[in-house]
Design a protein around this ligand. Structure first.
Ligand SMILES: *Cc1c(COP(=O)(O)O)cnc(C)c1O
Length: 358
């Protein structure tokens, strides 16, 4: 047994979420976005679970991730969102990995490869996010190069799919429609997790969810339709029963009265419990919700466990930092960030454990 922090990943919940998204967009195929080590949960178990659930197309950030995934799932189709980037071109010489062509220069360079030396590719256009993708206005000038390519998807990405006002998403959809008229007959893909919940107009032929598969809420401000996937817990290394008043942690920012009990858990910002959640987030010990006490250290965090029965707040007990139906979103909220960042920052010391998936 290790005293290290532990992330428990419920593979059955991942499968249920994949199916839930398929049911939400019944006319579309559902790809899986598993960049950044499967949103921090561990690429191999996550990818195998999604493949078993029916996913055949996967999107990752770069060719290193793509190579890793192709080795895990030889029968999956793997797309590299980072594109046919200058530093990554050798990786596309076989037909195993497929680039998402993002710039006019990438389109031209890719078209210059011998047809039997290059895989099919997706073409991303920029519909308004100004992040990656060929500007709609540049498509006409690429007509000749595009005509020679084996393109399988026209892709774009929504900037505000999770916003309460769908105005910008509609604007992007209109731009996407304009691009589709310039590259007719290509199957289309626009929606991420939140985009799926914008309705059938946004589903097209292929959806690309990530965060919703991993339990994040694709409809912020409304009840989360996804099953929770992760719990994070850590071991208590020390418990104080205070005789007098005391201060807790760096900066002495938490004031504990005489009689309080303060515990120290073995998880810190090096593990992804962001420093800014000190004195803000809560944890759960023996079923009791308790406040984080003081600043988060690199490897440790303080908890005020006064409300927990003495017999349960002991060295060696495990405390949950992320738990329950909305635990991931609550942690993100306490950190002033989004569930994506909470997951992606889970550090290498966090032991990933997997439940279900059989
Ligand atoms: C990360 C990403 C996705 C998945 O987005 P979620 O909001 O996690 O569903 C889809 N498409 C692109 C281009 C992405 O970068």
């Amino acid at each position: 047994m290790s005293a290290r922090p532990r992330l428990t990943v419920d593979l059955d919940a991942i499968r249920a979420n994949y199916r839930r998204l398929s049911a939400e967009a019944p006319g579309a195929d559902i790809a899986a976005v598993v960049k950044a080590d499967g949103y921090g949960l561990g690429l191999a178990p996550v990818a195998r679970t999604l493949f078993a659930a029916g996913a055949r197309r996967f999107f990752v950030a770069d060719v290193e991730e793509a190579d890793e995934l192709a080795a895990i799932l030889p029968d999956a189709v793997v797309y590299v969102l980072g594109g046919y980037a200058a530093g990554a071109r050798d990786a596309f010489r076989g037909r195993r990995l497929r680039p998402v062509l993002n710039t006019p220069g990438q389109v031209r360079a890719f078209a210059a490869l011998a047809p039997d030396r290059r895989p099919p590719a997706a073409l991303q256009i920029d519909s308004g996010m100004t992040r990656l993708g060929v500007p709609v206005e540049a498509i006409d000038g690429l007509r000749h190069d595009l005509a020679g390519l084996e393109l399988d998807w026209l892709v774009s990405h929504l900037a505000c799919a999770d916003a309460p006002d769908p105005g910008f998403s509609r604007h992007q959809r209109a731009r996407f429609e304009a691009a589709r008229r310039l590259v007719p007959h290509l199957p289309a893909s626009l929606a991420n997790s939140a985009g799926i919940f914008l309705g059938p107009d946004f589903h097209y032929d292929l959806c690309r969810p990530g965060i919703a598969v991993f339990g994040g809420n694709p409809r912020p401000g409304r009840a989360n339709p996804m099953a929770p996937v992760v719990t994070l817990d850590a071991e208590l290394l020390q418990v104080y029963a205070l005789e007098g008043e005391a201060r807790v942690g760096y900066g002495a920012t938490y004031r504990a009265p005489a009689g309080a009990r303060i515990a120290t858990a073995a998880v810190g910002y090096a593990d992804g419990v962001l420093r800014c959640v000190g004195n803000r987030a809560t944890a759960r010990l023996a079923g009791v919700e308790v406040p984080l006490a003081g600043r988060v250290s690199m490897d440790l965090v303080g908890l005020d466990v006064t409300a927990v029965p003495t017999a349960a707040a002991v060295e060696g007990a495990r405390v949950e930092l992320i738990w329950g139906a909305d635990g991931l979103d609550r942690m993100a909220e306490a950190a002033g960030t989004i569930a994506y960042e909470v997951l992606a920052r889970l550090g290498p010391r966090v032991e990933r454990r997997y439940r279900g998936g059989g």
